[in-house]
Design a protein around this ligand. Sequence first.
Ligand code: CTP
Ligand code: ZN
Length: 157
Amino acid sequence: MSEEKKTIKISPIKKGTVIDHIREGQSLKVMKILGLTETVVKDVVSIAMNVESSVGKKDIVKVENREIGSDELDKISLISPETTINIIRDYTVVQKKRVQLPERIKGIVKCKNRNCISNQREPIEPEFKVMSGEPVNIKCIYCEREMKEEEISENIV
Ligand code: CTP
Ligand code: ZN
């Protein structure tokens, strides 16, 4: 088989959202952040992992027929700041932008401090203030524990 035929490609979509330049191997966490792993979600989703790109390997997630909102997509920046979002209509990219780091993060990351009040039985949602973007660093608003990129990625709920 030629090199060309050995490459698996996912098809262009007619309309929806293409989440591109996801850090290699992080697409399942992206799915989790967006709630796409829930069984109630019926969207058609395609995932490509570890595909070659001009700047090393990347993952891609395509969600058909739905234009996902910026606030939701921006959460991806926590684990993959280089990610780009493409809105597709009638097979054409009508909008392209990079995810932006939000100022606050609520409910996606679990605090690493086991004694933190957000980890007790009280119904308190974890919440963090974003301290820096490169590298990503966030700080729990309850116990002030700081978390870096790798810790954030390991503690996505
Ligand atoms: N895409 C898609 N369906 C379409 C159009 C585009 O799935 N109808 C996908 C492409 O496969 C690519 C992404 O959306 O993963 C962005 O498309 P495009 O802007 O055409 O590609 P590039 O110029 O390579 O994007 P970039 O410069 O962001 O790398
Ligand atoms: Zn905490």
